[in-house]
Design a protein around this ligand. Structure first.
Ligand SMILES: Cc1cc2nc3c(=O)[nH]c(=O)nc-3n(C[C@H](O)[C@H](O)[C@H](O)COP(=O)(O)OP(=O)(O)OC[C@H]3O[C@@H](n4cnc5c(N)ncnc54)[C@H](O)[C@@H]3O)c2cc1C
Length: 393
C-alpha cells in the first residue's frame, strides 16, 4: 500500500490549485492526486465559459465574494508567470426593462462593497460605445473582467504540481474509503490527509468516507450556441440575473480564441456527466428522485426549470432570450456548440445552495459546493485548504 501525507481526489482546477498551494507552502509533502480520467480538467474545468469573474454578484462577506476577488488576483498572476493568454474584455450587465433597474443597482452596490474596481452605471449612449449592437435602459460596466481557457490553466497547474514533487495518478478512480485507506480501480493508498475535490461526485465521495452529508449534488447542464457573426460582440454581455437562481442567465461571451458563445442555459441533466440531452444514468436519477430536497426544489423552482427544459429543445425560445441582448442576432447565426454540467448542491429543503461549502471531519476535507465562480476562485480556495491542512497536521 502506498502511503502519502496528502491525497487529493480529483484533478479539476480546485484539486490542482489545492495541490499547488500545499506544495508551494511545504515542498517536502508527499502528495498524490487521484483522477479517474485520462487527462486533467476534463469535466467542469474544461467545459465552462472561461470567464475570470470580477466578483460583482456575490453577497458581501460570502465565501464566493472573498475567494473570487482573492482568487482572480492569484490566477491572473499565475497566468502571467506561465504566459497563459488572458484578455481583459470587460463586461456589461444590461437592464432592458424598468423592473430590472433596481436589481442592477443592487448588483452595483454588491460589487462596490466587495471591492470590485472601476464599476460604472452607464446610459444607452456610453453602452453603444462599448457594445454598439446592444440597447438597454441602463447597464453596469465591469471593466475588471477577463477571459482565459481554464483547461490550459489546469494543464499548467498539473505541470507545476509535478515540478514541485507532487504526483498525479490518471485513470485511477476512487471506489472505496475506509478511514485513512483509499481504494481505487488500480491499487490501495494510505492518506495522512484526504482532500475531496471530486466536483460532480464530491457528495458521493464524502458518503464513501462515511461523512454525514445532508445535501445532494444535482447536475445542471449548460448548453451553448456558437455565434457566427462574431463582430456583433466585443466583450461579455449579460442580462440582469434572476436573484432567486444562482445561475447568471444566458449571456454572450467572446472567448480567448476570438469565438463568441451564447449560453449557457441551466437544464437538470439525467446523468452527473450528462453532456448530451440523451445521456441517462439510472443510478444518478434514482438517487436524486429519492432525495426529498429534489421534490421540494421542483416545487420551489418548477416553472423556471420547465422553461429551461423548453428552451433547451426550442432554439427559437433560446434565440428570443439572446435577442434581448442583441436584437440583430438571427436564428441562422446560432449553431449548436458545446456543453458543461454544473455540480450544484440542493439542500434538504429544496434550495440551490448559493455559497461554496467545505466540510471538515478530522483530517478529511470535502469541497462539497464549488460551482461558478470556483474556477476563478480556485487559487484562493486552494490556499485556504492548504492553510487549514498545514495548521492542523
Ligand atoms: C457551463 C459552466 C460554465 C461555467 N463558467 C464559469 C466561468 O466562466 N468562470 C468560472 O470561474 N467558473 C465557471 N464555471 C464553474 C467552474 O467550471 C467550476 O466551478 C470548477 O471548474 C470546479 O472545479 P472542480 O475542480 O471542483 O471540478 P471538476 O473540474 O469537475 O473536477 C473534478 C474532478 O474530479 C474527478 N473525479 C470525480 N470522481 C472521481 C473519483 N471517484 N475518482 C477520481 N477522480 C474523480 C473528475 O474526473 C474531475 O476531473 C462554470 C461551470 C459550468 C459547468
Amino acid at each position: 500500500m502506498q502511503s502519502n501525507d496528502v491525497l487529493i481526489i480529483g484533478a479539476g482546477i480546485v484539486g490542482l490549485a489545492t495541490a499547488y498551494q500545499l506544495l508551494k507552502a511545504k515542498p517536502s509533502l508527499k502528495l498524490l492526486i487521484l483522477e479517474k480520467e485520462k487527462e486533467v480538467g476534463l469535466h467542469q474545468t474544461g467545459r465552462n465559459s472561461g470567464v475570470i469573474h470580477s466578483g460583482v454578484y456575490y453577497k458581501p462577506g460570502s465565501l464566493k465574494a472573498k475567494n473570487c476577488l482573492e482568487g482572480r488576483k492569484a490566477l491572473l498572476q499565475f497566468c502571467e508567470e506561465q504566459e497563459i493568454p488572458t484578455q481583459k474584455l470587460g463586461k456589461v450587465i444590461i437592464a432592458t426593462k424598468a423592473e430590472e433597474l433596481g436589481k442592477l443597482l443592487d448588483i452595483a452596490e454588491r460589487g462596490r462593497l466587495n471591492g470590485v474596481q472601476g464599476l460604472e452605471l452607464i446610459g444607452p449612449e456610453r453602452l453603444k460605445e462599448i457594445e454598439p449592437h446592444v440597447s438597454a435602459l441602463q447597464a453596469l460596466w465591469v471593466p475588471e473582467c477577463h477571459v482565459v481557457h481554464f483547461g490550459t490553466v489546469a494543464s499548467r497547474l498539473a505541470q507545476a504540481v509535478r515540478a514541485l514533487g507532487g504526483e498525479i495518478a490518471l485513470e485511477t478512480e476512487v471506489t472505496g474509503i475506509k478511514n485513512a485507506v483509499v481504494e481505487t480501480s488500480r491499487q490501495t493508498y494510505h492518506a495522512g490527509t484526504l482532500i475531496n475535490c471530486a466536483g460532480l461526485f464530491s457528495d458521493r465521495i464524502a458518503r464513501l468516507s462515511k461523512e454525514k452529508v445532508e445535501h445532494q449534488i444535482l447536475p445542471f447542464r449548460g448548453e451553448y450556441f456558437e455565434l457566427s457573426k462574431r463582430e456583433l460582440v466585443n466583450g461579455l454581455i449579460y442580462p440582469v440575473p434572476n436573484p432567486k437562481f444562482p445561475f447568471l442567465g444566458v449571456h454572450l461571451t467572446r472567448r480567448i480564441d476570438g469565438s463568441v458563445e451564447a449560453g449557457p442555459n441551466a437544464v437538470l441533466a439525467f446523468a452527473r456527466e450528462g453532456y448530451r440531452k440523451r445521456d441517462f444514468n439510472g443510478r444518478d436519477c434514482l438517487e436524486y428522485l429519492k432525495y426529498p430536497g429534489f421534490w421540494k426544489m421542483a416545487g420551489r423552482y418548477g416553472s423556471v426549470g420547465l422553461y429551461e427544459l423548453y428552451r433547451s429543445f426550442r432554439k427559437r425560445a433560446f434565440l428570443k432570450d439572446v435577442q434581448k441582448l442583441i436584437p440583430a442576432i438571427e436564428e441562422k447565426d446560432l449553431a449548436s456548440g458545446g456543453s458543461g454540467v454544473r455540480a450544484q448542491v440542493v439542500t434538504r429543503d429544496g434550495k440551490l445552495l448559493d455559497d461554496f461549502a467545505l466540510l471538515q471531519e478530522g483530517k478529511r476535507y470535502h469541497v462539497l459546493n464549488a460551482p461558478s465562480p470556483a474556477a476563478t476562485a480556485s487559487f484562493a480556495i486552494g490556499r485556504f485548504i492548504a492553510h487549514e491542512v498545514l495548521c492542523t497536521r
